[in-house]
Design a protein around this ligand. Structure first.
Ligand SMILES: Nc1ncnc2c1ncn2[C@@H]1O[C@H](COP(=O)(O)OP(=O)(O)OP(=O)(O)O)[C@@H](O)[C@H]1O
Ligand SMILES: [Mg+2]
Length: 232
């Protein structure tokens, strides 16, 4: 399949602050595209531009061939863009199950039963309030909620943030399974070595621009890019 998501030369601002300075990318069907870069380079701004929280002032975004540049986040999600936001942002006082149900967008393969099958831990804790969950469980809930919208494309913003290595290992297996089932994933990660384990291709961002694009093994072999832009 060709590209499910195409970002064409977008320029995004917060007021006067010029953050994304001409950024383009393509996410193909059933692949994981890694977006890497240090603090503050514009990773979340890219997510906000795509999803419709902060549309670009210039440039174009196509999703499944249709222009979504000016659409609100509600409409974008309804069209099949799933978001797992940075910091998880589950509803703390709602139960696990309520968090999942409020996100439900029918008509696809994902439903409560399948989310519980993918994340047995959520099933065990379905009547707990989200704020009672551990960080790893909350991340699973955030992903489960993203899946409940039955997305064709899932954007994950720093899923490993704040989680213990053993929890991340589990999470990475789950993300790998989602990809194997055909989901296209934009994986935003500050932790480059982790992203390299999953991604099919990667882009490295610096100051709102892409400074490197390639295969994980090409980035692994590029000491200059890794030390200048990723600090590894
Ligand atoms: N709501 C906002 N208003 C004004 N400036 C913002 C806002 N959000 C982010 N910025 C600025 O835009 C730039 C890019 O921020 P962004 O959150 O996209 O970075 P990031 O790569 O996601 O960083 P992190 O790895 O810390 O999540 C930063 O200079 C940041 O200070
Ligand atoms: Mg961010």
């Amino acid at each position: 399949m060709d590209s499910i998501l195409e970002v064409e030369d977008i320029h995004t601002y917060y007021g006067e602050a010029y953050v994304l300075q001409g950024l383009s990318l393509r996410l193909r069907g059933s692949e994981i595209l890694g977006i890497l870069g240090r603090n503050g380079v514009g990773k979340t701004t890219l997510v906000n531009s795509i999803v419709g929280f902060n549309p670009p002032r210039r440039g174009r975004i196509l999703f499944k061939g249709e222009d979504i540049t000016r659409l609100s986040s509600v409409v974008t999600v309804r069209r099949g863009m799933g978001l797992v936001p940075q910091g998880r942002r589950v509803f703390p006082t709602l139960s696990v199950e309520e968090n999942l149900i409020v996100a439900e967008r029918g008509g696809g393969r994902w439903n409560l039963e399948r989310v519980y099958a993918a994340f047995p831990r959520l099933n065990e804790r379905k009547s707990h309030r989200a704020r009672q969950l551990s960080g790893g469980e909350q991340q699973m809930l955030a992903i489960g909620r993203g899946l409940m919208t039955n997305p064709d494309c899932l954007i994950m913003d720093e899923p490993s943030e704040g989680l213990a290595p053993i929890v991340i290992e589990d999470l990475w297996q789950t993300i790998g399974r989602l990809k194997a089932e055909g989901l296209s994933i934009l994986l935003v990660e500050q932790n480059a070595s982790l992203a390299l384990k999953l991604a099919d291709r990667v882009h490295v961002l610096s100051k709102g621009r892409i400074v490197f694009s390639g295969l994980p093994k090409e980035l692994e072999a590029n000491d200059e890019i890794r030390s200048r832009f990723l600090g590894i």
